[in-house]
Design a protein around this ligand. Structure first.
Ligand SMILES: NC(=O)C1=CN([C@@H]2O[C@H](COP(=O)(O)OP(=O)(O)OC[C@H]3O[C@@H](n4cnc5c(N)ncnc54)[C@H](O)[C@@H]3O)[C@@H](O)[C@H]2O)C=CC1
Ligand SMILES: O=C(O)C(=O)Cc1ccc(O)cc1
Length: 564
């Protein structure tokens, strides 16, 4: 039989939280938080339930210090309990303006502050630890003009009459479940960490937070306290991910060794399944296509608590069956087959579902999706501008093309991109395709053509570094990147249709024109062209790009980055 230690009396919210967690458990009731921890430590209890946060009161300050001293226990789970606070007394028709004394617990008084100041502003608040004894005393002595605030169960158990219910709406308390063994990973976890009192150091808090940020780890909670004795800062953090997940583990090790630089300066209170207070409409995402980008998004979505179903060409589950079971269908196949997939499956989506295209071309796939889906189906296109090797989407660009049929499911997907730090750019279909002509089709074509040219002239690749200028290196880097990834990705990019085509066509015309002028030594004309081009570039753009270029130059001139 499980034994849970929590704050009493019987019927208290701690008691109810324990019941909610395990209806069969034996519940041991105490009046002080340290007593719960003691019961866990000496083996009287399997779990201690410690209130940590209340939606009306905020943090329960006492727990901060108690958890800090936790030696053997681990924070392994949470219970969020709706708290219904009621008012009891000797008579159910007690007039509130005649109440002189209110008995209760100090935390409950804080939760009911609004009600008390509105209805019984002149009453004296008497805060008690042993509520049960106080309630019985009140009943036995028939104290008129005295009332008690707590759960209805406590009021009933003491034989008092109910005067009013729901004194504090939206009142919920989060209890930490402290156990003796740490909790295994579920894939949707959070980790609570506390620092020891920290010595002053410029930027320490920012530097600690940055280690999570740069690893794409979301911070759920952050608090600080001053250690009573030393008045040194102590930081409490709750971050997404299990302490054993590589990213979290790496961040914590780095913070301890490189940021704080003090051994055992971090205390991991525990990892537990994440407490999700947000309302999510999407439960399941279904993918059509089982390639690299699908694997990347599916993993990130699962980490956010969503279920995912992936259908590839060889998987036994067919897209027809998958579509029936999901809220959002993501089509993530090569660009050249995206429209065909939409035509094949778009009509199977029901009203209330969403079709989100993860693809590098916008206009024609979106038009197909709008034509083939029912009126009540949401449609949107998302083009992530990072590849499947990216560790996180933090600070990376993503083009989002919403349509007249994009609704709240699409917004929820957008929120997911936002949450993990992606830079969202809202485009029209035409704008997206034109800009992809500039940032993908053309640079890829140039890179591939450059490699073909080097090959034709049997250029020795070791001569590239010895003869490169700072400027010429950029093109070489781009060529190397394109030829170091999946050829299909870049072949598909070069073959995209839509507005991007005009960019490549126009480039070819201009290249030819420049080559002709150069061949005929029209140096003045070439100068004029460059000057005219510069006129079109806003000063902020040139300034910013030159700044970035110098930063790249500095890195590339570093001996460690020179080719060997
Ligand atoms: N790989 C990358 O760097 C990026 C890719 N994307 C986009 O993601 C989408 C998917 O790309 P990846 O996952 O990289 O490709 P991938 O080649 O890794 O996977 C493509 C998937 O589509 C399936 N597939 C291929 N031909 C098919 C056909 N004729 N019928 C049905 N299914 C077929 C394959 O079996 C595979 O499951 C593309 O639209 C691409 O534009 C977007 C940003 C970056
Ligand atoms: O990492 C790079 O350089 C990429 O080019 C990744 C990439 C490939 C295909 C896309 O549609 C978007 C981004």
């Amino acid at each position: 039989m499980t034994v849970i230690a929590t704050l009493g009396p019987q019927g208290s919210d701690g008691y109810q939280a324990a019941r909610q967690y395990d209806p069969q458990a034996t519940v041991l009731l105490y009046n002080h938080i340290p007593d719960l921890i003691a019961a866990l430590s000496d083996g009287r209890a399997d779990f201690a339930f410690v209130p940590v946060y209340n939606t009306r009161e905020g943090e329960v300050r006492e727990y901060f210090r108690v958890l800090e001293g936790l030696e053997q226990g681990h924070w392994i789970d949470n219970v969020v309990l709706p708290i219904n606070v009621s008012l009891g007394g000797i008579r159910s028709d007690q007039r509130l303006d005649q109440v002189r004394t209110i008995i209760g617990r100090s935390t409950v008084f804080r939760q009911c502050e609004e009600f008390i100041s509105q209805h019984m502003p002149d009453a004296t608040l008497v805060s008690v630890r042993d509520l049960e004894a106080a309630a019985l005393d009140m009943r036995d002595k028939c104290h008129e003009h005295q009332v008690l605030i707590d759960t209805e169960e406590v009021i009933n158990r003491a034989g008092l009459s109910l005067i009013a219910r729901e004194l504090a709406p939206y009142n919920r308390t989060r209890f930490a479940v402290i156990g003796r063994y740490s909790a295994a990973q579920t894939g949707y976890d959070a980790t609570a960490i506390m620092t020891r009192p920290l010595a002053d150091r410029v930027g320490l808090l920012v530097d600690i937070l940055n280690e999570f940020t740069r690893r794409g780890i979301n911070i759920l909670d952050l608090r600080s306290e001053n250690d009573i004795k030393t008045q040194k800062l102590q930081i409490y953090l709750e971050v997404e991910g299990h302490q054993q997940s590589p990213m979290v583990e790496e961040a914590l090790t780095y913070i301890e060794n490189k940021v704080i630089q003090v051994k055992q300066s971090l205390k991991i209170l525990g990892s537990f399944p994440r407490v999700d207070m947000r309302i999510k409409r999407i439960k399941t995402f279904g993918f059509i296509g089982s390639g690299a980008m699908t694997a990347w998004f599916a993993e990130k979505l699962r980490g956010e608590g969503y279920q995912t179903i992936v259908c590839g060409r060889t998987s036994t589950l067919r897209p027809e069956e998958m579509i029936e079971r999901v809220d959002v269908v993501l089509i993530c196949v090569p660009i050249s087959v995206t429209a065909a997939m939409i035509r094949q499956y778009g009509g199977l989506l029901r009203d209330g579902q969403a079709l989100i295209l993860l693809a590098g071309e916008s206009e024609s796939p979106l038009q197909t999706a709008l034509e083939t889906t029912a009126t009540g189906v949401e449609v949107m296109l998302v083009h992530n501008l990072w590849g499947p090797q990216a560790a996180t989407m933090k600070d990376k660009n993503v083009a989002v093309v919403r349509t007249r049929k994009s609704g709240s499911l699409c917004s929820e997907f957008e929120s997911f991109l936002y949450k993990y730090g992606a830079e969202i750019h809202l485009d029209s279909p035409e704008k997206h395709d034109t800009l992809m002509g500039v940032s993908q089709k053309l640079p890829t074509a140039i890179s591939v053509a450059l490699a073909m040219t080097l090959a034709e002239h049997r250029i020795d690749f070791s001569d590239i570094d010895t003869h490169s200028t700072l400027t010429s290196l950029y093109g070489v880097l781009s060529m190397a990147r394109v030829h170091n990834q999946n050829p299909r990705t870049y072949a598909e990019i070069m073959a995209t249709g839509g507005q991007g085509e005009k960019i490549v066509a126009s480039f070819i015309t201009h290249l030819q024109q420049i080559a002709n002028l150069a061949q005929h030594s029209r140096i003045d004309q070439l100068c004029e062209i460059i000057a005219e081009n510069k006129q079109a570039m806003p000063p902020f753009f040139l300034k910013n790009k030159m700044r970035q270029a110098r930063a790249v130059d500095a890195v590339l001139s570093d001996i460690g980055f020179k080719g060997d």
